[in-house]
Design a protein around this ligand. Structure first.
Ligand SMILES: Cc1ncc(COP(=O)(O)O)c(C=O)c1O
Length: 434
């Protein structure tokens, strides 16, 4: 047998076709540079875990080890610890979801649930519909199962139902198999936009009538700043929705505990897939979270997170008004992200090295599209840096953007120096978000 290796990788040529979708994302490549302390990173979606009093977690760890140490250190159920699944029902009730404890499957973060659902449904060439823009690492998963990701337009009220209808019709006419609609309807990543209640109902109806499963990913729904968002889509539709939740943003991602709530038959397959992948999710971290939820004022703690992130969102929006008043951006009512639109002729990806030299980092817009769109967009995360740093980060960013515009003007007489305020992107600030 002849070797198909190359100088760098002896096994090149042996990998499965599906690994072609496993390219390092822009976000991943960024983490290395952006984690230097002098860089203000507006790139990663890291929750501000320092807002959790550490004695609460230490107390839970000690109680778990004292009262149920052997069980915590043992393999557990492939579906997850029953007591935690009961608590998860209380968490989901805050978003209007009524469910049975048997229909919850605990996973190793909701990222793993995304992978398991994709594994259950996607054959090579199947279509996944997703908002444009959409969560970067979900698309990495979809591509790694050789799905064709098709974006559907969104505006200030989220996914546009008519665009969804048209896209489905066109794909069906093309003979494509659409397996599910992946959506982050509340405080979306990366756009920071929330799907209106009326549209939630309309989109569920479109999915139902076309026999398309809805995969509702909701890590940020409880992190609202100006009042609760519309209830989860799963609150009105049981059979057609797989709902994903996580403790990563409302508690801490280091536990790696998330969950899927799925219709009965799908849930059965999910448990088997979970067992095949990890045998059982970590008993240890599930039991710590379960103890924390029964002992601590976790609703109050989520309130503290809301206050922290609201202050940071405000710092970012004020800094954008002050330093980049001619650009447009979304005004999220919750979550972690602002989506910024640059003048048409700027490319956020090629501008990034210069930004890092100026000690500020962001995520380029192209990371959030499967088709190379988003060149003049960027995601700005306000979750992690302190408000003063956010302001300084936006100041540095404005230096980079204005420098880039000046360069373009120097080399091209036709390039506009600044964008016109009325030249809006597809996603405008939601009217009700202040
Ligand atoms: C939209 C979305 N889904 C899923 C995840 C994964 O979260 P987890 O830590 O639960 O795996 C993230 C994390 O940033 C996210 O933003």
């Amino acid at each position: 047998m002849t070797s198909q290796g190359n100088n760098l990788d002896r096994w090149y040529g042996h990998y499965a076709d599906r690994t072609a979708g496993l390219s390092a994302s822009e976000v991943r490549a960024l983490f290395a540079v952006a984690s230097r302390p002098e860089v203000v990173s507006l790139a990663g979606g890291m929750p501000y875990v320092s807002a959790i009093p550490s004695d609460l977690i230490t107390g839970s760890m000690e109680r778990v080890m004292r009262d149920s140490g052997p069980a915590a250190l043992q393999y557990g159920s492939g579906q997850g610890v029953p007591a935690l699944r009961e608590h998860i029902l209380d968490v989901m009730a805050m978003e209007g979801i009524r469910a049975n404890v048997d229909d919850v499957v605990v996973t190793t973060g909701s990222q793993h649930a995304l992978e398991l659902v994709t594994k259950l449904f996607i054959n090579p060439g199947d279509v996944v519909l997703a908002e444009g823009p959409s969560y970067v690492t979900a698309m990495v998963v979809f591509r790694s199962f050789q799905a064709q990701v098709e974006h559907v337009e969104m505006d200030d009220l989220g996914l546009v139902p008519e665009a969804l209808r048209q896209r489905i019709a066109a794909l069906k006419a093309d003979g494509k198999r659409i397996k599910f609609l992946y959506t982050i309807p509340t405080f979306s990543n990366p756009a920071g936009v929330t799907l209106s209640w009326e549209r939630r109902l309309e989109i569920l109806e479109i999915a139902r009538s076309n026999d398309i499963l809805v995969l509702e990913d909701n890590p940020y729904g409880l992190l609202y700043f100006d009042g609760p968002p519309p209830q989860a889509m799963r609150s009105v539709e049981e059979d057609g929705v797989v709902y994903l939740g996580t403790f990563s943003k409302t508690l801490a991602p280091g536990f790696r505990v998330g969950w899927a709530l799925a219709p009965h038959a799908i849930r059965e397959k999910l448990i088997l897939a979970n067992e095949a992948a990890v045998l059982s999710p970590s008993s240890f971290t599930q039991m710590i979270i379960s103890d924390y939820l029964s002992q601590a004022d976790w609703r109050g703690q989520i309130g503290t997170f809301r206050d922290v992130y609201r202050e940071r969102r405000d710092a970012m929006l004020h800094a954008l008004e002050d330093y980049l008043p001619d650009l447009s951006w979304t005004k999220p009512a919750g979550g972690f992200y602002v989506w910024l639109t640059l003048p048409e002729n700027l490319d956020s990806k090629s501008m990034l090295p210069r930004a890092v030299r100026e000690l500020v980092a962001y995520t380029p817009g192209t990371a959030f599209y499967a088709d190379g769109s988003g060149r003049n967009k960027m995601r700005l995360a306000f979750c992690y840096p302190q408000p003063d740093f956010i302001r300084e980060g936006i100041r540095r960013l404005s230096t980079v953007i204005n420098g880039e515009l000046e360069l373009l003007t120097t080399f091209s007489q036709t390039a506009p120096l600044r964008v016109d305020r009325r030249q809006k992107n597809a996603i405008n600030p939601p009217a009700n978000l202040g």
